[in-house]
Write a protein that binds this ligand. Sequence first.
Ligand code: PEP
Ligand code: MG
Length: 571
Amino acid sequence: MQKLKGIPASPGIASGPAYIFQETELKIERKTISDPSEELTLFDKATKTAIDQISAIRAKAESETSSEEAAIFDAHAMFLQDPTLIDAVRQAIEKHSINAEAAVHEAVETHAQTLENMDDEYFRARAADIRDVGRRVVCILLGIDEVDLSNLNIPSIIIARDLTPSDTVRLDKNLVLGFCTAEGGPTSHTAILAKALDIPAVVGARDGVLEISTNSLILLDGQKGEIIVDPDEALQLEFAERKREHETRSSEELENAFDSAVTLDGFEIEVVANVGNLQDAQMALERGAEGIGLLRTEFLYLGRATAPDEDEQIIAYDQILDLMGERPVVVRTLDVGGDKELPYLDLGQEANPFLGWRAIRMCLDQPDFFKIQLRALLRSSPGHDLRIMFPMIATLEEVRRAKALLDESRDEVCADGATVAESIQLGIMVEIPSVAVLADQFAKEVDFFSIGTNDLTQYTMAAERTNEKVAHLGDACHPAVLRQIRSILQAAHGEGIWVGLCGELAGDPEAIPILLGLGLDEFSMAPTSIPRAKTILRRWSKAKAAKLAEEVLDYDSAGDVRERVQKAQPK
Ligand code: PEP
Ligand code: MG
């Protein structure tokens, strides 16, 4: 038996066999061969097997996700029928007597590099796809059975060095009991997705977890960050009991989740959800969300071969807005970069992606691309309480430029004869310290703020949110972050605008009383956190919470803040 500790990322208890997800490092040797015809036969067979594999994955993707995701695999199969590629491989084998795997690898690399050098973004983005397909064929030729998440066929706990947000989106919820990664932090987008999917998860558990063997029995506690390998019977019983307790408490809280969160002194607090797609929005309603405080639109752009066009985006927004009816829906414009990469958008290599060409910075530099999203949002707005929010704002100039592009988009939509909702609230994320400091100036430009504590904390503490080695620095309960929240609220309320908070802190049981005490207007969180959050809000009076908040803002560490709130928490 072995006990390992990681960072809690998504609550819940899981037990089951381990499934180790690790990309194999391919060693491709270039050899001179004596019989090219035999090598050609191997190549033809491998291509055929690859096409069969791709069509099986395509069928699975279509039944479990959407036809857009499935279309990626159509493109993959087409690469393997591309005469340019096939001829290059055949020539290398026939004329230069090179072994098939080296010939495939070289032809794919040449082709990928040509695509990467093209001006057209669409073609540049195809390079990643073609490398993926090439890797598949090389693995078949080398007889390597690639561990692939799509091969998972029994319910398991996934163990991985790291999972990208795209890997996580593609996880089959019925087969993934939980996951544990060696790397990553609790506010990484992978962790956020785990919470959205309601999958218990532990991240940043360090390299020790990679030594776990496939099929070992694992117990995982996503609340405490514990992973037990090959547990004894006593621990298995203890975890079964924890699971029961967690489920009983969750179902009690769920029963009351549809009532509003009214504090003991009669204040009704707005509790809304962070979502990434229609399924999340459905789940949010089932968990008592009163609206959407953050629609992360980038998740509509992930896991596909190309960016969604205006019509596709309208369909996606309409579905979510129709589902939410008259409830408020805050849609955040595209926030890619950082830990969210899109294969078809070339963001370039950056030394510090979280400090780089992210979100609004990239969108303002590519106004035509950005306006596709703005027009789609405006066209979807009639009849709904749609609110538009810009991410990663650092300067007033950015807010003004984004507003000007929104105005241009509105003119374009109206010139086409389409209608746009009369009033659309406009807000910004407050997640860069420059905005927190000058909040009074920004408050004059917009209708609302939403505080993004995930980024605000990483930028305040200079601790990257996906790096487990500095995760201890990235606690948003640090008074350095809490004091900024206080001054943002004071500045915004002074200008008469409302403030939400959509970082992970809003759903954190130990932070909720402090945020209530500081006067936060709207709490936005993962749908799964809503029932718990409402329960906690109902146990506090705003007056008592305000006293507690003032007290802990004078503390000097996040640990002390948490300990104090834990002691004060009414049971
Ligand atoms: C945040 O930074 O707190 C936030 C909500 O945005 P994201 O997590 O998507 O960066
Ligand atoms: Mg952010």
